[in-house]
Design a protein around this ligand. Structure first.
Ligand code: ADP
Ligand code: MG
Length: 342
């Protein structure tokens, strides 16, 4: 384990903290390790049955994902593609995420589209600009022609072919899920087979917890976010050898000029989505897929979103809607979604 703290008291404090996390996070039985921290402006929590601290390996995974896919990193592969740097050849991570994003884009009829970047910026949810409620139709029209994942591809040489030179990719809606998948791969390479990985609400679970039961995860109630006092969830899901991702309105929506704006943009209209869907929680074999489908649901009519998930053989989902009063919830699930009492 690497310590950035130099004083002895610092080392003792760090050791005490780690010990507290081990007992708090992992329950009784087995040897369990818990690693927590911050990445991409959100918290991550990793627990696994094992003895070795893999904190540095985890940091290595995050760095690698960042160097490939982060639009907030000017030197990343994706940022260079966005700047039309023709020397870029897509690496493994870019190929995997690009491929899955293209697939979910197709399955969602274009509702999920990582080329919404310029629209995200235009509405002030991205790296540039501040949130606004009023954007002119002509501004939207000038950006829309660059949007269209399904007209982009990676050629045999690994060059990313964009719809137009102004097309920009923004993999924010899938990258955290992908990082969970990559963290899982790293744990497996190190012989770990029972683990629960969570990055900002996106989750991968494998094997059994130290008590010999499947890892259990609470599905958030979008009307009472987890940091609110007395928050309670909608129910519990067992996550065994699969992934769970949630996209929600409550955490990221903003007020601008007196209106509430969603951070999900409808790529077909160019406007922030105003639908009754408050959150979507999706189970899938891989977390990047769950993450992409969850975001897709937020930009779709709830019935079409549910039908899309139902068509996928290994995907289940739960969609939370506001009723007409806006104060109570309606929960829709695919036929195979098992929600247990908390
Ligand atoms: P969170 O980051 O809160 O977990 P999501 O996984 O749903 O939420 O990702 C939301 C991000 O995806 C937005 O901040 C934006 O950058 C991007 N985005 C917005 N609309 C779309 C869309 N229709 N398709 C793909 N990505 C989108
Ligand atoms: Mg997502």
């Amino acid at each position: 384990m690497r310590h950035s703290l130099s004083s002895l008291s610092g080392l003792i404090a760090a050791a005490a903290l780690e010990a507290a996390l081990l007992s708090a996070g992992c329950g009784r039985g087995g040897t369990c390790v818990s690693v927590e921290g911050d990445v991409w402006h959100t918290a991550y929590h990793v627990k696994y049955v094992g003895a070795e601290s893999l904190r540095d390996s985890l940091a290595g995974v995050f760095e690698e994902v960042d160097a490939a896919l982060s639009v907030f990193n000017a030197g990343s592969e994706i940022s260079r593609v966005n700047r039309n740097d023709t020397s870029v050849r897509a690496g493994r991570m870019m190929r995997e995420v690009f491929g899955d994003a293209l697939r979910v884009s197709g399955k969602s009829g274009g509702a999920f589209d990582p080329t919404v970047g310029p629209l995200v910026d235009l509405w002030g949810f991205g790296r540039r600009g501040t949130a606004r409620a009023l954007v002119s139709q002509s501004a939207v029209d000038s950006v829309l022609p660059a949007v269209g994942m399904r007209e982009c591809r990676i050629d045999r040489e690994g060059r990313v072919i964009k719809k137009s030179l102004s097309t920009e990719f923004d993999f924010s809606a899938i990258a955290k899920g992908y990082a969970c998948d990559e963290a899982a791969r790293m744990l497996e390479r190190n012989g770990v087979t029972s683990y629960l990985i969570e990055i900002g609400g996106e989750i991968v679970g494998a094997g059994l917890n130290p008590e010999g039961r499947p890892w259990r995860v609470m599905v958030e109630n979008p009307l009472s976010p987890p940091d609110s006092v007395g928050a309670s969830g909608l129910g519990v899901v067992e996550v065994r050898d699969k992934a769970l991702a949630t996209s929600g309105r409550s955490r990221r929506q903003r007020k601008a000029d007196g209106r509430t704006l969603s951070h999900i943009i409808n790529p077909l209209t160019g406007y922030p989505e105003v639908s009754s869907v408050l959150s979507a929680t999706v189970l899938a074999p891989r977390c990047m897929t769950a993450d992409a489908f969850a975001t897709a649901c937020m930009a779709m009519h709830p019935d079409s979103a549910l039908a899309m998930l139902e068509r996928e053989p290994e995907v289940e989902g739960l969609i939370v809607l506001a009723d007409s009063t806006g104060f109570s919830l309606r929960v829709l699930t695919t036929s195979g979604f098992r929600l247990l009492a908390g």
